[in-house]
Design a protein around this ligand. Structure first.
Ligand code: GLU
Length: 418
């Protein structure tokens, strides 16, 4: 059985790389250079908790590849964070940045902690001590963190402050996803979900389908899932079910997403939203629908539930929500998959816009940002779909091939140091 514990996420990422490298006929020397992280840092984070006791957490920062530019990628606070998970996520960031053609490499960070049981004060102290631990390897020209699961603009502000206080002058470009009042970019908060929407629009267009009156299911109602749901709802599609970590709700006539966002902000969960019935989260994933959007964590769709999935398309707003075994099953069922490294690249794309604005000390308006984001996402989606069709490989391999080939080109051009 494909037990979740036996799925080492980094081995999964390497397996995907191997498949793409095979399809590209990548030379063995380049494989040897690109298959492993460049740098992994593990930091010890002792914190004085609110009750006066000292508790120790463990944090990580991985720079997977910097052939195309500084390492770029978010920081995750979650009890299940491990070094192998961070390595996998940093590997995916490398291909992701290359797919949308940003001048970045890939990195990722994480702290094994449960922010749901920590106070703001404790989270601030974890953030500052973690930042101080990874300070020797981050910086606007070397490695630029950003938000990820359970981290937010306030946490990015603390990272910016800790880094700046140590340097002795303000350094806005060391981190993206900052609050607007501290050099953040307009549109960054909506960027991932908006990117998911543009990618779906683009693929519908390539397939000659109309993105209207479609039934949508969204697993995970955080930053990415709620925005994608809102934009799909606004363009006359029906979001028939959503879930978050507390459970799942359903109404076959469609949910009013703006009101659901307000309900979640007020009550802390999607449950008990008027006019909906509660269903089992696994039952939700296997509902009859047109587009299923896994927007929570890894391994949501496995060998166990994949055979029962009835969606026509899966758009991976989360990182790694489908296991490799499930991938095969979905492919055989003819379900069109928009892979994570393409689908959720809108977040890092607007992070790049934020960094460019910081480096140039100027601000772009929201329409400018959305226009540029739409162009980047749609070009990347068309390119991945083209490789998928011409090379007859599944869309995940097609996307990885695009990312890997761009990183390989930079690696070849730079040569081997020393
Ligand atoms: N955490 C996001 C991702 O997985 C965004 C990373 C970034 O903005 O650097 O793509």
């Amino acid at each position: 059985m494909e037990s979740l514990n036996s799925l080492n996420p980094f081995e999964m990422a390497q397996k995907n790389f191997d498949l793409a490298a095979d399809a590209l006929n990548l030379e063995p020397n380049l494989r040897e250079m690109m298959r492993y992280p460049e740098r992994c840092l593990v930091v010890h984070i002792p914190i004085r908790m609110d009750d006066g006791k000292i508790k120790r957490f463990e944090g990580y920062r991985v720079q997977f590849n910097t052939a195309r530019g500084p390492a770029k990628g978010g920081i995750r606070y979650h009890p299940n964070v491990t070094l192998d998970e961070v390595k996998a996520l940093a590997c995916w960031m490398t291909w992701k940045c290359a797919i949308v053609n940003l001048p970045y490499g890939g990195g990722k960070g994480g702290v094994a902690c449960n922010p749901k049981v920590l106070s703001m004060n404790e989270i601030e102290h974890i953030t500052r001590r973690y930042t101080s631990g990874i300070l020797p390897i981050i910086g606007p020209q070397s490695d630029i963190p950003a938000p990820d699961v359970y981290t937010n603009p306030q946490i990015m502000a603390w990272i910016m402050d800790t880094y700046s206080m140590t340097k002795g002058y303000p350094v806005h470009g060391v981190v993206t996803g900052k609050p607007l009042g501290l050099g953040g970019s307009l549109g960054r908060d909506e960027a991932t979900g908006r990117g998911v929407f543009y990618t779906i629009e683009s693929i519908y267009d390539s397939l000659g389908l109309q993105l209207k009156d479609q039934r949508i299911v969204v697993q995970g109602f955080g930053n990415a899932g709620s925005v994608a749901a809102k934009l799909l709802h606004q363009s006359e599609n029906k979001v028939i079910a959503v879930s978050d970590s507390s459970g799942a709700i359903h109404n076959s006539k469609g949910l009013d997403i703006s009101r659901l966002i307000e309900h979640k902000a007020k009550t802390g969960s999607v449950l008990e939203f008027e006019g909906t019935e509660r269903i089992q989260p696994d039952e939700m994933l296997t509902l009859e629908c047109d587009i299923l959007i896994p927007a929570a964590l890894e391994n949501a769709i496995t060998k166990e539930n994949a055979p029962r999935i009835k969606a026509r398309m899966i758009a991976e707003a989360a990182n790694g929500p489908v296991t490799p075994e499930a991938d095969k099953i979905l492919f055989e069922k003819g379900i069109y998959l928009i892979p994570d490294i393409l689908c959720n690249a809108g977040g890092v794309t607007v992070s790049y816009f934020e960094w460019v604005q910081n480096e140039q000390h100027l601000f772009w308006d929201e329409q400018d940002i959305y226009g540029k984001l739409e162009k980047v996402m749609k070009n990347a989606a068309k390119e991945v779909n083209r490789i998928h069709r011409n090379r007859k490989v599944n869309t995940r391999i097609a996307a990885t091939m695009l990312g890997v080939s761009r990183v390989a080109e930079a690696t070849r051009l730079r040569g081997l140091y020393p």
